[in-house]
Design a protein around this ligand. Structure first.
Ligand SMILES: N[C@@H](CCC[C@H](N)C(=O)O)C(=O)O
Length: 276
């Protein structure tokens, strides 16, 4: 039996396993079985903590409910950093993912600020299937069109809309996620800017579907909003699960994300009992 911890950031929820001391028999199929909301524990992402490379405090492996692996998960980055920081009595932790190192620091009021690294803006970075301007993708479906794209270690496209409530997210989200312009699929954000320092955001996540919040999606949304001249570099992004304070730092192009973390419950699970 393997201990697990159920955590979330703004309702974007995770089953977290600790594979630092011994390699766990995790497979994409087992991650998908655990993530299943009816037949498993249920989560938006299955997270495995692994031993870090030098320079980091922990390696975080991120698996979506469809078993696919992701390079970034902003909300899980804060959760895992908080776990490791508590263990060590530290206020600053470096989390490594397959996409890079992410320093995270404790702030007053139970908040954690993650440096999510630089937004990457080239079409090959996202990646896109062919050379197009990442500020204006030739993509439209139903009431949405003309998204901007970037990579935060994972692929994102943000559609800016006048009325977020009028967007049929669950209908068009999966079709946009799988559009041929995204060879690795993409996380699809729908953003409504409500003030120069505020926006509302709903994300259809690659490999996960509709979630209550997406940290890397909020990073992409602030970056793309600033590139379009729609918001300031610092803004509050309100998602169905709550708020993140976002900043696209001018000095180095890194994106800073501040928000809460929470543990819902702990338990044990029998990974070997699940089909590999
Ligand atoms: N919920 C995450 C993003 C998780 C990965 C994403 N679904 C992908 O496949 O890229 C976040 O908070 O950033």
């Amino acid at each position: 039996m393997v201990p697990f911890r159920k955590m979330h950031g703004l309702g974007n929820d995770f089953v977290v396993l600790d594979g630092r001391a011994a390699t766990l028999p995790v497979t994409p199929a087992r991650a998908a079985a655990v993530a299943d909301r009816h037949f498993g524990i249920g989560c938006d992402q299955f997270i495995v903590m692994e031993p870090p490379a030098p320079g980091a405090d922990v390696f975080m492996r991120i698996l979506n409910p469809d078993g696919s692996e992701a390079g970034a998960c902003g909300n899980a980055t804060r959760c895992i950093a908080a776990l490791v920081a508590e263990e060590r009595g530290a206020d600053r932790v470096v989390v490594r993912t397959i996409a890079g190192e992410l320093p995270v620091e404790r702030l007053p009021g139970g908040l954690w600020r993650a440096d999510m690294g630089p937004a990457r803006l080239g079409w090959q970075d996202v990646p896109l299937a062919r050379e197009v301007d990442t500020l204006h993708l030739p993509l439209a479906l139903g009431p949405v069109s003309d998204p901007a794209a970037c990579s935060m270690g994972n692929p994102h496209a943000t559609f800016f809309v006048d009325d977020l409530d009028a967007v049929p997210v669950t209908e068009i989200g999966p079709r946009l996620e799988h559009d041929p312009i995204f060879p690795q699929r993409a996380n699809i954000g729908f953003a409504q800017v409500t003030a120069p320092d505020r926006m509302r955001l709903v994300i259809w996540e690659r490999g996960a579907g509709l979630t209550l919040a997406c940290g890397s999606g909020a990073c992409a949304a602030i970056v793309n909003a600033v590139r379009r001249g729609l918001t300031q570099r610092r803004a509050t992004v309100t998602m169905p699960g709550g708020d993140l304070i976002m900043e696209w730092r001018e000095s180095d192009g890194h994106v800073l994300m501040t928000g809460p973390v929470a543990t819902s419950f702990t338990g044990t699970l029998d990974l070997e009992a699940l089909a590999a």
